[in-house]
Design a protein around this ligand. Structure first.
Ligand SMILES: *Cc1c(COP(=O)(O)O)cnc(C)c1O
Length: 434
């Protein structure tokens, strides 16, 4: 489907089904085929050489690119309003590659402190080994972002909806500060999905996703993706890795050669080539299936989540509900601005009675699955203090915004009455044991 040539701006729901996909020219297959092949036969020696010189763009080896993965990349880039995308084996792999492409030893990053635990580990341990220093800021505090900037600051990093406390980033304001200092803003948009929020439209430069979550949507496949706006000026003096000749690609100067595609070309032809965490064609196929129903699922996720959050908000065994979509949330004005279709389907609440009540509540549930994932059609629940954050002291838990009685939900697309019936069973179990 020629989305641009036809001169029509197709709506999101049309693009989530069609973008990046065309009937297969050889077979007429309507669905995107799974190109389960490691490599591709060159037409002749000249075109082979041109591919390896990056003078022509073509398939060589599935670690670097693959037609099924390319269809997924084109679709997600279209939905996020970016200029292109590169798929990866996991969300964590997408992030590390996105960061590796621009960071060098001695560089400095400013990151929101309200982010996914795996990303905190990545910065604290892996990037620390590379001598990259991170300053953590409260994402709501605009002055803190500005005051943390140094001569060697190369990146602002944040999540659209923070984990697990449900902070919502004032994207436009943070992006304006980044822009003033020629620093790119990278955002993890996993919890919102491109249906609820598109950070690039508010000034973000790079968007990363764990496709494992709402994009795949059915809890079947691990994957990740990086999207770029194509608007950042990589020749502003702060990024010699992008503007100077690259020793990793026989002296190619990426920004001068590829212009708006420079970052993505470097991400693919150097970082993905050397780190090797490629998305499998089969997973790309499943992510394409997931994207086709993204808006339908997200509408139902959001509708169920609001009902669950309102039910918990009036419950006498609940002391706090951290859903930014609730009328009383301090983030509601930001939700109205950046996510008018809803604040996603993942949030936490505090149960009265602490650690024991949290564990008892979970043991009383039958429909909600107790596990460490989010963004599935199936409803999921976890008690961080007794599982993922078990090793932390009460003080460390508090720093992460987690209490002993904090429970995190990822609300699925089942019947709302059944979901609430099951939560009632959880509360009954707490009452029975106390
Ligand atoms: C799950 C998750 C990740 C990591 O993605 P994987 O696919 O598990 O590697 C990163 N960010 C957020 C917000 C996530 O929820």
């Amino acid at each position: 489907m020629k989305l641009i040539e036809e001169g029509r701006n197709f709506g999101f729901d049309t693009r989530q089904v069609h973008a990046g996909a065309r009937p297969d020219p050889n077979t007429g297959a309507r669905a995107v085929p799974i190109f389960q092949t490691t490599s591709f036969v060159f037409e002749d020696s000249e075109s082979a050489a041109a591919y390896f010189d990056l003078k022509e763009y073509g398939n060589t080896y599935s670690r670097i690119m693959n037609p099924t993965v390319a269809a997924f990349e084109e679709r997600i880039a279209n939905l996020e309003n970016g200029c292109g995308a590169v798929g990866f084996a996991s969300g964590i792999a997408a992030q590390v590659a996105a960061l590796f492409t621009i960071l060098e030893p001695g560089d400095h990053v400013i990151s929101s402190s309200a982010i996914y635990g795996g990303t905190i580990n990545q910065f604290k341990h892996q990037f620390h080994k590379m001598s990259v220093e991170v300053t953590w800021v409260n994402p709501d505090d605009l002055d803190a972002w500005r005051q943390a900037i140094k001569a060697n600051t190369k990146l602002f990093y944040a999540e659209t909806i923070g984990n697990p406390t449900g902070t919502v980033l004032d994207i436009e304001s943070v992006a304006a500060i980044a822009q003033e200092y020629d620093i790119p803003l990278m955002m993890d948009n996993t919890f919102a999905s491109p249906y609820l929020c598109r950070p690039i439209e508010w000034g973000a430069d790079i968007v990363v996703h764990s496709a494992t979550k709402f994009i795949g949507g059915h809890g079947t496949s691990i994957g990740g993706v990086v999207v770029e706006s194509g608007k950042f000026n990589w020749s502003n003096g702060r990024f010699p890795v992008m503007s100077d000749p690259s020793p990793a690609y026989h002296g190619l100067a990426f920004h001068a050669t590829f212009g708006m595609y420079a970052y993505l070309m470097k991400l693919r032809s150097e970082t993905l080539r050397d780190l090797g965490a490629a998305m499998s064609p089969f997973n790309a196929f499943l992510f394409l299936q997931g994207l086709e129903t993204l808006s339908l699922r997200m509408d139902r996720h959001v509708q169920n989540t609001l009902a669950v959050a309102e039910y918990l908000d009036q419950h006498d065994m609940v002391s706090n509900v951290m859903y930014p979509g609730l009328q009383g949330s301090k983030y509601k004005p930001l939700v109205n601005k950046y996510m008018p279709k809803g604040a996603g389907a993942v949030f936490a609440f505090d149960i009265v009675g602490g650690r024991q009540a949290g564990q008892d509540f979970i043991s009383g549930l039958t429909l909600w699955s107790h596990l460490a994932n989010v963004g599935d059609t199936k409803s999921l629940v976890i008690h961080p203090a007794s599982t993922t954050h078990r090793q932390l002291s009460i003080e460390e838990l508090a720093d992460a915004g987690i209490g002993e009685g904090t429970i995190r939900l990822s609300v699925g697309i089942e019947e709302i009455n059944d979901l609430i019936w099951d939560l009632d069973q959880g509360f009954s179990m707490v009452k029975k044991t106390t």
